[in-house]
Design a binder for this molecule. Sequence first.
Ligand code: AMP
Length: 291
Amino acid sequence: MSASVLRSLEGIEAMRAFSREMRGKGRSIGFVPTMGALHEGHQSLIRRARAENDLVVVSVFVNPLQFGPAEDFSRYPRDREGDAQKIAAAGGEALFTVTAEEMYPHDSFATFVVPEGVASQWEGAVRPGHFRGVLTVVMKLFQIVAPTRAYFGRKDAQQLFLIERMVRDLHLDLQIVPCPTLRESDGLAMSSRNVYLSPAERVQAQALSRSLRAALESYRRGERETQRLIDEAGRVLEAAPPLTLDYLALVEPDRFSPCRGRIERARMIVAARVGKTRLIDNLLLAAEEEQ
Ligand code: AMP
């Protein structure tokens, strides 16, 4: 199959005009928002969007609002040419890019989407303000692109949960499509940040997915006690120094609140630092594999 020719849409007006034209022709728009440095995980979202819509728009915008002052905004990997090729190869029609100054005019921008409740736990506790930045940019991108469906990876499970809740809470007129996590052959969840890892750190990083698999195996052998499932995963992480754990928890899949006592289904979530690189992963503990 030949790759499609990619259309480059720079700036908000160019994107809006394209979206208006396509919707005017009755075309459905699948949207895949990203921060670039694309990998096969992103491409799987684009392929899924391609299969379910008339055309696919991918945005690449490294959103300054979701990075803390001590985080990796300035050194976040950027690869414009590689991204364009990967989008075209996966069947995307258009690449939307925009500057931070156009998104957040420094002398006037002052309106944010601020999630409450579990948004201050887990990732929100370690990265204050992160989800305010994520939801604000996602809301803005939805207004600009006006998609029929938007595709998000389960890799960022808490982000996906909060975006689905925002769409419900604010009555946004689009469908959110959750997509499975793509992994390297050794189990490591694909991430743009994996390029930061040295070969030794790359091996240590496998402990995250191994710990989740250990909990899943224990679950499938019949274990249902929250604490014992967490301990099972915790033992794998403890055996893998010098990994620094941010959190390891079991949450209710539909509410993202902490599980207590016996569970039926649950999502195990983990975040750790390997050297200077922060990694997250999660896995649904259920009888069936997640789609
Ligand atoms: P990012 O560029 O990291 O902001 O990610 C853009 C989108 O790709 C988000 O919806 C992520 O959840 C998704 N994504 C990132 N890594 C993966 C992966 N390994 N598998 C599936 N989706 C992913």
